[in-house]
Design a binder for this molecule. Structure first.
Ligand code: NAP
Length: 548
């Protein structure tokens, strides 16, 4: 081995200086880069993948699609872009969303400031210079005044916490980082572990290919038919003519599910005050609309268990109608947690898939997977031989991607240590002791309970405005006060405690990752309310922040 072999990749690279570093080239990072450049700042974006798109770059599993209508799940910052781009379907599939991300990147000439195949390993605030010192796995040494963590909410896959995985000799696939060349399951015995959104989207497609598919289900999920279909030229024109109004409704809404091609009303009434016939009509309307619109079907569904039970039972009835084998149908019916408090899923033929002769549902709630073996896995003493296993087992949500970077603030404090009992942020945007470090759609913001592209746009604009504020006043740093942060975290918790979300073991509360503190991660007060708060903070001279 020569001396050079001992050097880390890229050793000896010259140190670089930028006004801002952006970590991650998903939808948040791309727009952040664009805004920074528009403001005349020098910026570099680091991205571990070989291309842009974030979630949509990595999650290439069969059936991957967005479950928010594409005319809503798209950038609003450029009117020209809105008019230029044509979505081919109501819910775009992963390849089309990735094409869109690439189109935006080239249209705004962003690629030249993105360094791909580069993972940021550490980011430390240097108090003497007031700058962030950033290191990458490619040996880059970079300093920047501002550091933006555009690292994503669902981008750090969770470790497989089932024993014996190393013994398994067959093919392993993870929905969260699917091979770019695709996978052909023809003639194979395939197992899928996980029945969240990723499992529910991929299972119907894999079932069509596989010789036999075994679905290993721990917790059944509530899923609504997506009712995807092509967008007609008339629909395209109608949306483009009405975009301003569509965006206005989106921005002024609690959850942003306002309808894309056609407006969808939010029902502000109580489910319990309605008659059974009225409820049936309302739920049938939402069922036929498809997708996530049940979230806005009644006002009390998420704070009253009895109200929630009315919709839960409606969906169970639909599952029983779809699935021919009554025992299988019962296994697929969620019964022990409220509807929608694990993220609701939208599917294309999920329940019907269990009517196929080549599909077997295996309950691993009552009898968990004992171990993997060289040939497959064992449940209830029985070995299932599998050519391939697909892991749709989810993410270390909202904090995982941040903790994968060694982030250190004032006094060398590690973010991981500061957040050991749960994330501590002011508005989900910043955390005290980490000046000039911004987080897009961080814990404590509506984030995953709103539309991720529009939520990220609002954050990027708030961040850009605050940088502009500092520069115009010749101030070097901004960070929240400990008091403002404490009272925001208390508010996030209080709002969360008033809902049924905190009662369910989901990734919203960190319950899917063993040992993770149980804390409500997103802000449940609504996007409209949250935006008003962000605006007020600015109007009051960045109330709750210290600038120096
Ligand atoms: P997920 O919702 O966390 O689902 C993971 C699944 O794996 C659950 O069924 C879970 O069971 C199971 N699982 C995890 N560990 C297991 C173990 N050790 N043994 C057995 N089963 C295990 O993850 P996801 O499906 O990847 O979705 C995550 C989020 O990404 C979604 O909620 C959504 O927000 C987003 N997403 C969105 C779309 C879209 O269309 N826009 C598509 C995919 C994902 P338990 O429930 O029992 O833990």
């Amino acid at each position: 081995m020569s001396a050079a072999d001992d050097q880390p990749a890229g050793a000896g690279k010259p140190a670089l200086e930028f006004d801002a570093v952006v970590i991650g080239a998903g939808f948040a990072g791309l727009y952040m880069l664009h805004r920074l450049r528009q403001m005349g700042l020098s910026a570099r974006c680091y991205e571990s993948g070989t291309g842009v798109g974030g979630t949509w770059y990595w999650n290439r599993y069969p059936g991957a699609a967005c479950d928010v209508e594409s005319v809503l799940y798209s950038y609003s910052f450029s009117k020209e872009l809105e008019q230029e781009w044509n979505w081919s379907e109501r819910y775009a599939r992963q390849p089309e969303i990735l094409r869109y991300a690439n189109y935006v990147t080239d249209r705004f000439d962003l690629r030249k400031d993105i360094q791909f195949r580069t993972r940021v390993t550490s980011a430390a605030f240097d108090e003497a210079s007031g700058r962030w010192q950033i290191r990458t796995d490619q040996g880059d040494r970079v300093s920047a005044t501002y550091c933006v963590m555009a690292t994503g909410c669902l981008s750090a896959p969770k470790n497989v916490d089932i024993p014996g995985l190393e013994k398994y000799q067959g093919h392993k696939y993870f929905t969260a980082y699917w091979p770019h060349e695709g996978v052909d399951f023809s003639g194979q015995r395939v197992g899928v572990i996980g029945t969240g959104s990723s499992g529910i989207q991929s299972i119907p497609v894999i079932a069509q290919q596989a010789k036999h598919l075994y679905v290993y289900q721990r917790t059944p999920n509530y899923s609504i038919p997506a009712r995807n279909g092509p967008m007609t030229p008339e629909q395209q024109s109608k949306v483009k003519a009405n975009y301003e109004e569509i965006r206005r409704r989106q921005y002024n809404d609690f959850i942003g599910l306002v309808g894309g091609i056609e407006p969808v009303p939010t029902n502000k009434n109580s489910a319990l005050a309605a008659t059974p016939e009225e409820r049936e009509r309302e739920y049938e309307y939402r069922w036929n609309l498809g997708g996530l619109y049940f979230y806005t079907s009644y006002a009390d569904l998420f704070d009253n268990r009895q109200a929630n039970e009315t919709v839960a039972e409606f969906v169970r009835k639909k599952i029983r109608e779809k699935v021919r084998d009554p025992a299988v149908a019962e296994l697929l019916c969620p019964k022990d947690y409220p509807f929608g408090t694990k993220r609701l899923c939208a599917d294309s033929g999920y329940y019907e898939t269990f009517n196929r002769d080549n599909v077997t549902l295996v309950d691993i709630k009552s009898k968990p997977v004992e171990t993997f073996t060289a040939k497959g896995l064992i449940v209830d003493g029985k070995e299932y031989e599998l050519d391939s296993i697909v892991f749709a087992t989810g993410f270390d949500a909202m904090t995982g991607a941040l903790f994968n970077i060694d982030i250190r603030g004032r006094g060398g404090i590690a973010l991981k240590d500061k957040w050991a009992a749960g994330p501590y942020t002011y508005l989900g945007l910043m955390t005290a002791g980490f000046p000039n470090m911004f987080i897009t759609t961080g814990p404590g913001s509506p984030s995953v309970l709103y539309n991720m592209i529009i939520g990220n746009e609002q954050h990027v604009e708030w961040i850009a405005d605050s940088i502009d504020y500092l520069r115009k006043r010749n101030r070097r740093t901004i960070e929240p006060t400990a008091e403002a942060e404490k009272s925001w975290v208390a508010h996030v918790n209080e709002v969360g405690e008033g809902t049924l979300f905190v009662k369910t073991n989901s990734w919203y509360v960190g319950a899917n990752v063993p040992g993770k503190p149980r804390v409500i991660l997103p802000y449940l007060g609504g996007f409209d309310v949250y935006c008003k708060k962000c605006k007020e903070v600015v109007e009051n001279g960045y109330e709750g922040f210290v600038t120096a």
